[in-house]
Ligand binder design. Structure first.
Ligand SMILES: NC(=O)c1ccc[n+]([C@@H]2O[C@H](COP(=O)([O-])OP(=O)(O)OC[C@H]3O[C@@H](n4cnc5c(N)ncnc54)[C@H](O)[C@@H]3O)[C@@H](O)[C@H]2O)c1
Length: 289
């Protein structure tokens, strides 16, 4: 991860919504990037998604053809975990949001990488300290919370665990800047900064719909036009998935005990009715596609 012409390899574990994007931006910055997914079809799908993103970038004039070719030559799907980890300086895990699964994969990874390698999680809500518990050296671990779609979104929330070593943080920040993203460092705490703020706003907007203060579209327009939010909190909740939002609200309410994180009735009802937002075709909005 150190600067200079030759970049050390990076491994991305899990090639889904987030993993393919993390692999893309690493490869685009010139890191030899290995993508490992337990499901070989998913790994191949991830490569196709990367190609599609780059093709679109070229069509829009935002990516040069030579960059597309270089990026594709820097990323490969590697079917065996041990091969993916060979000689890497950084591992970013982006497997599903399940504590036991992440603990297991991190425990498998640690003995297979060099002492100097940095281990990172892309968790959006789990505690970095809890994930570090299974590691021999928790000081080499931290959160790199990317945003979806990774190749577009500028922010990476860098989550410092209580054991994260200063040098590890520095190297992670260097990587984030090298891939053209803006790091913001936060302490490990429930919801970090992004989910805690985003969910608080979304839940309040839902309570306002419930109380009949205004229609969903109008509440969103208030924040879009009055506060220059690129997208209102209800539309954003639909995009994230109302079931996902409910899960995070329950978690934050349990962890922080604050009343404003108690999930509103309207959210529970919509999830029960299968109105999950964009992915089910209906949430606070109707979605086609
Ligand atoms: N989706 C989002 O908007 C978003 C945003 C920020 C962070 N995150 C976080 O990123 C992580 C991944 O989320 P996602 O939305 O990309 O999930 P996803 O379901 O789209 O992808 C997960 C991938 O991991 C693979 N996988 C499962 N078990 C594995 C294992 N043991 N080893 C290797 N690969 C394995 C799956 O086959 C799948 O391809 C989660 O921790 C999530 O909370 C998601």
């Amino acid at each position: 991860m150190e600067g200079g012409a030759v970049k050390k390899p990076v491994a991305v574990l899990g090639g889904g919504t987030m993993g393919h994007g993390v692999a893309q931006v690493a490869a685009q910055a010139g890191y030899p990037t290995r993508l490992y997914d337990v499901d070989p079809d998913a790994a191949n799908r991830a490569l196709r998604r990367i190609r599609r993103n780059l093709d679109k970038g070229v069509d829009l004039g935002k990516v040069q053809e030579s960059t597309r070719e270089k990026t594709l030559s820097h990323v490969q799907a590697v079917p065996r975990l041990e091969d993916a980890l060979d000689g890497v300086a950084l591992v970013v895990e982006a497997v599903p949001e399940k504590l036991s699964l992440k603990l297991e994969i991190l425990r498998r990874v640690e003995p297979q990488v060099a002492e100097s390698a940095v281990l990172a999680t892309n968790t959006s809500s789990l505690s970095v300290d809890a994930l570090a518990e299974g590691l021999q050296r928790p000081g080499r671990f931290l959160g790199l919370h990317f945003f979806n779609p990774v190749h577009i979104m500028a922010l990476v929330e860098v989550v410092r665990g209580s054991a994260t070593e200063p040098d590890v943080l520095e190297r992670a920040l260097h990587f984030v800047r090298e891939i053209g993203k803006e790091p913001v460092v936060v302490k490990d705490s429930p919801g970090f900064a992004s989910s805690r703020l985003g969910v608080a706003l979304g839940l309040e907007a839902m309570r306002m719909v419930e109380e009949g203060v205004a229609e969903a579209e109008d509440i969103d327009r208030v924040l879009e036009l009055g506060y220059r939010h690129p997208m209102g909190p209800l539309k954003l909740s639909d995009l994230v998935g109302l079931d996902v939002r409910l899960g995070i609200a329950e978690y934050l309410h349990g962890e922080l005990g604050q009343e404003h994180f108690r999930p509103p009735k309207i959210l529970r009802r919509m999830v029960q009715e299968g109105k999950l937002g964009r992915k089910s075709g209906e949430g606070f909005y109707r979605w086609e596609d």
